[in-house]
Design a protein around this ligand. Sequence first.
Ligand code: SF4
Length: 447
Amino acid sequence: MALTGVQIFKFLPKTNCKKCGFPTCLAFAMALAQGKISLEKCPDVSEEAKKTLGEASAPPIRTFALGAGDNAVKLGGETVLFRHDKKFFNPCALAINIKDSLGDDELVENATWVATSELNRVGQKLRVDAISVEYASNNSAQYEKAVKLVAEKAPDAAIILNCKDAVAAEAAVKAIAARKPLIYAATNENADAMANIAKTHGVPLCASAQGLEALSALTEKLQGLGVNDIVLDSGAKTAKEIIEHNTQIRRSALKKGFKPLGFPVLNCVIREDSILEATIASVAIAKYASIVILSSIEKWKNLVLFTLRQNIYTDPQVPMQVEQKIYNIGEPTAESPLMITTNFSLTYFIVSGEIENSKVPSRLAVMDSEGLSVLTAWAAGKFTAAKIAQFIKDSGIEGQIKHKELIIPGQVAILSGALEDKLEGWKITVGPREANAIPTFLKGRVA
Ligand code: SF4
């Protein structure tokens, strides 16, 4: 079981030297107990204490990277069962499975889809993170060639070697060792050979077994063989099994400190029916998967899964927000329209996107509403006539434009009278209720 901060404190040097970046050893101990920092940050901790604390202070779910370089995906490291308790930290990696038996053109085409899958949603770059290359040819040389080709055509993607043949897996690992591929998978039959490859080349290894009991036994064996970066595949296939297994794994790791299951989880959700596959993938993303392998990626599927993943891995206590300021959209002149909205990210990106669509250069005043959307901010007293007037006055925009007209969201039309009172000399125009009407509204003003 995890130690408390006070229990950890007893093992520290108690000199309050601050070398760890904390003002006192007790503060360091508290942070260590919460999994916010690692023991190595204290350079003076004794070997005996390291031994005692090492295991107890290790995070309940091991953290390591899938892939290498700037686009490596951090796996594991979660500390809560429910997002509202704190937050989930490391978004699950989405991977597409490609068979090595495909022709070169198809391999390149699939790899290129992954390489170009990135899209921008509310200011965050979202992408398919990994390619799983399946050993379907039963030909080690062909597998190595396919892995190399895919790795070359998708240079930023993590590579998963979906192969249970140790000879083929080792050749592929050697070919792209710098990419730190994940070997998928070690089983009861090949555990010794796969553990040896993972250890020799310093790459993570997925343990695959049917059911949690067999899986725990396998991870204990792999750890005994010196492999630490392990991913779990419990053999869960249906949505029901994924929910049950993933929940039991997370619960065992966090609540019982059960180390054999304290690792990130992989779910392979491949189905012929694309909609069913996306549905099961959604279940896996929502319920603790760290890697989800799909059979294909299509724009609609990416958008659905990216959005779900993004929503689950944002901090529920900190709304996504953008900086309060006046944004230029296009190249506005002194006569260009001035609109206002709140600083909830989604609101900002939708409204600014629709202004861009209008092709009418404009200014968008984005007011700090603590990340709330327009109606919620108004209801919470954070987007009131007095506050808007103050913001406009403080912004200095009056000196930059030749008109005094402010366009407010249609949803808060009720504020127009009070705003005209507070902003002397200004004309308040009520804009559309919905953002998708903005292009017509702005173009109509120009005509
Ligand atoms: Fe205490 Fe170690 Fe931090 Fe110094 S570096 S304050 S001894 S925990």
